[in-house]
Design a protein around this ligand. Structure first.
Ligand code: ATP
Ligand code: MG
Length: 659
């Protein structure tokens, strides 16, 4: 009916709803025996020693798990270690000093490679500099930096001296920086002069300065990395230090890694704020690092020889766990890219894969939908045959996007892992093991070995296969957050209150996501529990409606929100981005409406389908639905400080007003 190859692919793959892992992959996989699930269960929590044993400890733990003060769990009790030692020094000592640790590519095409020896030198020198500035163990250091190598170097330098870092995504506003520095009482800031976006140099320092004016306590020292190559001196005031000068002054210095207790804080990370006020999530040294290393090995199948690339930003938890800590703990080569995926052309990422012979690639569904929108000719023009495994994280991935990724990036020969997890969980929780399980597009997969995930009703009974309920985690795990910074109370009320029975010492973690489960225990995450509309008394999940909308060829991305409606209570509003070449196609609007009616029923018939060039997104690419809802209702807009693309809001408002 059409010569659109995307539609042909659909026809061929549409029927197929499960995929076996490729044999070639299974043969070499780090984990390929399904007995691992049983091993973990039978020997829980001792089975978690397997994760801790991937690290070098200065002193071993006495006890794997202390549940005494639940839900304030402790893991690997009395164990001692240093995270930077584990991510850097031990690889140098083990004869791999000349292997690339970090390969970086700037947006303008410049490249830098740090071997483990280079990284060792840089981390030591900056650690010495931080100490010199007065940073002591347990002082929180804020890092407000884009994707430049100095960011992971600063993180590891902090870890070396036992100073927790708090990374603030560079795309966030000055206000967001101030709020986070205030919340963490952070007196030290490392930032940079600027960075490149679509070829333009952005002035980052100005934003940092503005943010600093909003900090309610004394900030002793601000270190500024010179990314743009300009003279920094003209804006360096008294408390500003030039990163290069500092490091030069400590040329060749060595700092002993500080011995940290397993439960000592490694870092603080604020959540995306997709649903409301960001939360300061506290992660520890022993449990978190063990968990990152273990999941990187078992799920991402990382080997030291690999070139591994996660295209997320380090300012998001995914970058912490799966650009920095997990891959470096395993001693692999981790890639970093500074810029946007469509600069100078829409094959930029594939060019990087080709040039570096990347083995493993991990990204977000929002990126995959953008690749689909740009068309498959871009990846087809590059040699992607080095790839062995693909992954996604951040949102549910609809089957059409999954299959596109599998076919056009993985050439039907790489397993795709759809990994569900959160800032709070520290690492992956629900996903297939690529060398063990079959894949079902749209469904993340079973809970990982050792993770007790159950989908339940409000009465705590497990749902029947096919039914929707609340996703819960019913046993602790090493990578879990330990608390919200300085707010134990909110930690308990936010995550534990809903389903736990404190009197019976029964603790159930509630991530606030809805899910379905099938006969094989595969979990399909449906999105936030509060992303549910009430249309004429019917409860409709936004996720299901969105999936129907993006199932229409020509629609690249869709967001569904509820707008106030006199009769129905709430009405369905669809905001949709179209694929290239289908702009302004009125029939597309009808097809979206039909597809939603077919999938869910006439009750879900959209009140309006609004075409827009972009959607308002957070740093991890999540759509900020609450904003779209406010727009649909003509309300005043709430907090937009954590938006990656605030300029789009005006444009959408005009579209809605004009339609
Ligand atoms: P906040 O909690 O401040 O509103 P956030 O939840 O957006 O912010 P993150 O911790 O970055 O911040 O996102 C975790 C959430 O992302 C999960 O709770 C889930 O809703 C969604 N998510 C992540 N990965 C997946 C996945 N593979 N499938 C479905 N949903 C996912
Ligand atoms: Mg969340």
């Amino acid at each position: 009916m059409t010569d659109d190859p995307d539609v042909e692919l659909e026809a061929r793959l549409a029927e197929q709803d499960s995929f076996e892992p490729p044999e070639e992959f299974v043969e070499q996989a780090n984990v390929s025996d399904e007995a691992i699930y049983e091993e973990f269960e039978e020997n829980w929590p001792q089975s978690w020693e397997r994760a801790a044993e991937l690290l070098d400890w200065e002193s071993e733990w006495d006890e794997v798990l202390d549940e005494e003060d639940a839900p304030f769990y402790e893991w690997f009790v009395n164990g001692e270690l240093n995270a930077a030692y584990n991510c850097v020094d031990r690889h140098v000592e083990n004869g791999r000093k000349n292997q690339a640790a970090i390969k970086w590519e700037g947006e303008l095409g410049e490249t830098r490679t740090y071997t483990y020896q280079d990284l060792y030198r840089e981390v030591n020198e900056f650690a010495a500099a931080l100490r010199d500035l007065g940073v002591e163990e347990d002082d929180v250091v804020t890092l407000y930096m884009p994707m430049i190598p100095e960011l992971p170097i600063a993180m590891l330098a902090c870890a070396r001296i036992g100073a927790p870092h708090s990374v603030v995504f560079a795309g966030f506003s000055a206000d967001a920086l101030a709020t986070r520095m205030n919340s963490a009482d952070s007196e030290y800031l490392v930032t940079c002069d600027g960075y490149y976006r679509r070829g333009d140099a952005l002035n980052h320092k100005e934003k940092a300065d503005k943010g600093l004016r909003g900090v309610d306590h004394e900030v002793e020292n601000v270190v500024v990395v010179d990314r743009l190559g300009d003279e920094l001196t003209h804006f360096l005031g008294e408390k500003y230090r030039d990163y290069d000068d500092l490091v030069d002054a400590h040329d060749g210095d060595r700092v002993e890694p500080v011995t940290r207790d397993a439960e000592d804080m490694l870092f603080l990370m604020y959540t995306s704020g997709t649903t409301g006020e960001p939360k300061g999530v506290k992660h520890t040294t022993g449990g978190y690092l063990s968990y990152c290393a273990w999941t990187s090995r078992a799920v991402l199948d990382i080997e030291p020889e690999d070139t591994y690339w996660c295209s997320a930003d380090i300012g998001w938890i995914t970058g912490h766990s799966y650009i920095v800590y997990g891959p470096l703990a395993l001693g692999t080569t981790t890639m970093m890219y500074e810029g946007t995926p469509d600069y100078p052309e829409k094959d930029r990422l594939w060019e990087i894969v080709e040039k570096n012979a990347v083995d493993i690639f991990y990204t977000a569904p929002t990126a995959i939908r953008a690749f689909m929108k740009w068309g498959e000719d871009w990846p087809a023009s590059r040699d992607l045959s080095s790839l062995r495994l693909l992954g996604t994280v951040g949102e549910p991935i609809n089957p059409r996007a999954w299959k596109w990724y599998y076919k056009h990036i993985g050439d039907e020969s790489c397993p795709v892992v759809d990994t569900w997890w959160q800032t709070e969980t520290g690492g992956m929780m629900v996903t297939t093991l690529p060398g063990v399980n079959e894949m079902k597009p749209g469904s993340a997969g079973p809970a990982l070995p050792g993770i007790d995930a159950k989908v339940i009703h409000p009465d705590k009974e497990e749902v029947e296969p096919g039914q929707a309920g609340h996703l819960t985690i019913q046993k602790p795990w090493p990578g879990m957050l330990r608390t919200l910074y300085d707010n134990d109370e909110r930690f308990v009320s936010e995550y534990w209150e809903e389903y736990s029975e404190p009197d019976e010492d029964e603790w159930i973690y509630f991530p606030e996501d809805g899910a379905k489960v099938d006969e094989d225990d595969y979990i399909t995450v449906l999105g936030r529990v509060d992303d549910v509309l009430n249309v004429s008394g019917h409860r409709l999940g936004t996720m299901e409606i969105e999936s129907a909308a993006v199932g229409v060829p020509g629609v690249a991305e869709a967001a569904v929100v509820g707008g106030d409606h006199e009769v129905k209570g709430e009405a369905v509003y669809v905001y949709a981005i179209t694929e290239e070449g289908t702009e302004g196609d009125e029939r597309l609007r009808e097809r979206v409406v039909e597809s939603i009616e077919d999938a869910i029923g006439p009750i879900a018939r959209p009140e309006e389908v609004i075409f827009t060039p972009e959607l308002p997104k957070t740093r991890s690419g999540k759509i900020m639905r609450r904003l779209l809802e406010e727009i649909a209702n003509g309300e005043e807009l709430g907090d937009t400080s954590t938006l990656r693309n605030p300029e789009i809001v005006d444009e959408i408002q005009k579209q809605v007003g004009g339609d």
